[in-house]
Design a protein around this ligand. Structure first.
Ligand code: GLY
Length: 257
């Protein structure tokens, strides 16, 4: 059974980091209700949801994906690019300790989990305002011994690599070609988002199913037409904090040590 680590929305989410969005008021109760529905969708797809308590002093802490990358044989604790997010790590490290050996990215490396795309034994890491080459080299040093190929990906116009591309199945990526060069992803089929839905490339894969944001129905239709089982969730209030669906969970197989 997959485990999905999540964290309750912080009451301070309105003070979140923003890079490409204007600040607009966030209704914490609505964000919490959407987050609970997201967790329920993960549970309905077979995940065991482990929800961490809210962190009142860490506005972005609901976006647990950015603090770690969990692979089958190791977890890597990131060093988030935004200084305000670095204190999110200790609780994530403790949550992962029962499941994986945890290796930490060290300064001056910076990397957000949102910049790390894993598909099979390929790992692409986006060079963004949140992630640098030092961290990519550290990732490569850890993962090479576990049989992974680590690639540096270029990304433009969005916060994270996974704003621009995520894996919808073993060999299928959903991409926004305006934000990422699709020729980087050899050996994968790519479906483009509907041009009117630039933020639609971020989907959560659970087994043979994908969770997609209900704000992007045209792209969801494209995914359905390609044979995927697509479930829609409303994450519009969380999106005001520049967080997408993958940001809200760390999903991995439960392999106890
Ligand atoms: N608000 C999400 C982030 O900037 O990290």
């Amino acid at each position: 059974m997959p485990v999905a680590i999540t964290r309750q929305v912080s009451p301070a989410i309105g003070d979140c980091e923003l890079t490409h969005l204007e600040r607009t008021p966030i209704d914490v109760d609505v964000a919490r209700a959407q987050h609970a529905a997201y967790e329920a969708a993960l549970a309905a797809l077979g995940c065991r949801v482990e929800r961490l308590p809210a962190e009142p002093d860490l506005p972005d802490s609901v976006f647990v994906e950015d603090a770690a990358v969990v692979l089958d044989d190791v977890a890597i604790l990131t060093r988030p690019g935004a200084e305000s997010r670095r204190d999110e790590r200790p609780t994530i490290e403790r949550a992962l300790a029962p499941y994986r050996d945890v290796v930490a990215i060290e300064a001056p490396g910076i990397v957000d989990g949102g910049d790390v795309l894993v598909s099979g034994s390929d790992v692409w890491i986006g060079l963004s305002s949140r992630s640098n080459r030092t961290a990519i080299d550290q990732f490569r040093g850890v993962l090479i011994g576990h049989g992974y190929r680590v690639h540096t990906a270029t990304v433009n116009g969005c916060l994270h690599l996974k704003s621009a591309v995520t894996a919808a199945s073993d060999d299928l990526l959903i991409v926004n070609p305006d934000w990422v060069d699709v020729t980087q992803f050899v050996d994968h089929r790519c479906i483009a988002v509907d041009p009117s839905e630039p933020g639609a490339a971020n989907v959560v894969r659970v087994g043979d199913t994908v969770l997609a944001a209900s704000a992007f129905p045209r792209t969801a239709e494209r995914l359905t037409h390609s044979g995927l089982d697509v479930h829609l969730v409303d994450a519009s209030e969380l999106a005001k904090a520049e967080g997408a669906l993958t940001c809200c969970s760390l999903i991995f197989e439960e392999l106890t040590r």
